[in-house]
Design a protein around this ligand. Structure first.
Ligand code: AMP
Length: 112
């Protein structure tokens, strides 16, 4: 069964897309936790960071560079937080690798 993110990649579900290339897609989170809350996902179906393999090395780097590029475009000049919830203890709710890019407010540490 497809995840909701796979259905967004396939165009079956609408999303507020802010960036797309051959390898990845970025769209606004439907339940934003910050004034700017973007999800960056690979088009390849990978469950989580824990499922990355050596074959995904350049893709994983690409996702980080896309986060950085979007942050510049959205003028998050004073900083932002990047999160990859992984597995049950990480609080992951969608089983398709995604990076949360959150900005526009001061974040606290430690997170909950
Ligand atoms: P996580 O809990 O780290 O797996 O994050 C999943 C994120 O996906 C949550 O922040 C949700 O708000 C977000 N989300 C779920 N469905 C959608 C959707 N259809 N469009 C955009 N964001 C979504």
């Amino acid at each position: 069964m497809s995840t909701i993110f796979k259905r967004i990649i396939d165009g079956e579900i609408e999303a507020d897309i802010v960036y797309e290339d051959d390898l990845c897609l970025a769209f606004r989170d439907v339940n934003p936790q910050a004034p700017v809350h973007i999800l960056v996902i690979p088009k390849k179906e990978i469950r989580s960071i824990a499922d990355l393999t050596l074959e995904d090395q350049s893709l994983a780097g690409h996702l980080l560079l896309v986060v950085s590029k979007i942050a510049v475009e959205l003028e998050l000049d004073s900083g932002y937080r990047v999160v990859a919830n992984t597995g049950v203890d990480g609080g992951q709710s969608v089983d398709h690798l995604h990076l949360h890019l959150m900005g526009g407010r001061q974040h606290e540490w430690p997170p909950g």
